[in-house]
Design a protein around this ligand. Structure first.
Ligand code: BJW
Length: 250
């Protein structure tokens, strides 16, 4: 446990205990200790040859649908096997204490929901909501689990026969409007925003903590590394989510 982490834990817990309208804003670091890799940390396995940032684009899907679909199906299967960690459960415990809590995630996994945060707002979509790439009709659930590094042809839409695509938000695509509106409005109204495990580099999501700070909300950050969001944080807890978050609700 770092010295800075220990020193800031008590003031952060106090701010949280006094929160009346809370936003918990999460990124890939939230699920790291569940075994779900982050985007900007080191890559593992056969996908090492590919930069996740270069696969998460409409151009990549158009150029090689089987490469991109295979990657997402492999990730979906890995997430389905993963379990929520004590950090996800601590977030659900915070919401039980502060009834006006909105959990806003950039993650495409379902680990917040499985830990008990039912109404989680998903800014970047979900691995579990594939849709037609042409007519946007929802597509039936996933098929067999692909091997790591395997290309996999996407299924065809039952209505228009175009390839089915993952239900996530790629670079250059608009965020789902209802989710973005709900997140901005919650950040606007909150008195405390807790940002967890995000590099704060991807926009417009990274605006959410900044909106809260501009409106006078107290921003608390949990991240082992420095981020651009340090600038708007009142308290910075430099540790991993699965250890720090449970200590905040003890
Ligand atoms: C731990 C930990 C532990 C580790 N505990 N912590 C303004 C300026 C410049 C560019 C732009 C701008 N506005 C928009 C843009 C363009 C672009 C963008 O932001 N680019 C930047 C990268 C420069 N944004 C977009 O394109 C967005 N769309 C858009 O703007 O549309 C405009 C439009 C409007 C109307 C019509 C049409 C268009 C869309 C962005 C979509 C992002 N999508 C992805 C992929 C989702 C699908 C998938 O999963 O594959 O979302 S990219 C990827 O990044 C993913 C994540 O949600 C997102 C954020 O990453 P995150 O969660 O922060 O993860 P990491 O890996 O970056 O960081 C992990 C952190 O955890 C680190 O800090 C670690 O230290 C920490 N950590 N272990 C706690 N145990």
């Amino acid at each position: 446990t770092g010295r800075r982490e220990r020193e800031d834990l008590a003031p952060a817990a106090e701010v949280l205990a006094g929160a009346r309208r809370l936003v918990v804003f999460t990124g890939a670091g939230m699920s790291a200790e569940s075994g779900v890799p982050t985007f900007r940390d080191a890559l593992t396995g056969l996908w090492e040859r590919f930069d996740p940032r270069s696969l998460a684009t409409p151009e990549a899907f158009r150029a090689d649908p089987a490469l991109v679909w295979g990657w997402y199906e492999w990730r979906r299967a890995a997430v389905a096997r993963a379990e929520p960690n004590p950090g996800h459960r601590a977030v659900a415990a915070m919401a039980a204490r502060v009834p006006d809590t909105v959990v806003v995630t950039q993650n495409v996994d379902d680990l917040h929901e499985r830990a008990g945060s039912a109404g989680t707002v998903h800014l970047h979509g979900s691995l579990f909501a594939p849709r037609c790439s042409a007519c946007a009709a929802p597509a039936p659930g996933p098929g067999a689990e692909p091997e790591e590094g395997r290309r996999l042809d996407p299924p065809r839409c039952g209505h228009c026969a175009a390839p089915v695509r993952p239900g996530v938000v790629w670079f250059g695509e608009a965020l789902p409007e209802p989710a973005l509106a709900a997140a901005v409005e919650a950040a606007y109204r909150c008195d405390v925003l807790l940002t967890v495990g995000t590099s704060g580099l991807v926009y417009p999501a990274a605006e959410i903590p900044q909106v809260a700070a501009r409106r006078g909300g107290t921003v608390i950050q949990v991240n082992p590394e420095e981020t651009p969001l340090d600038a708007v944080c009142a308290v910075n807890l430099h540790g991993p989510a699965a250890r720090v978050l449970p200590a905040l609700v003890r």
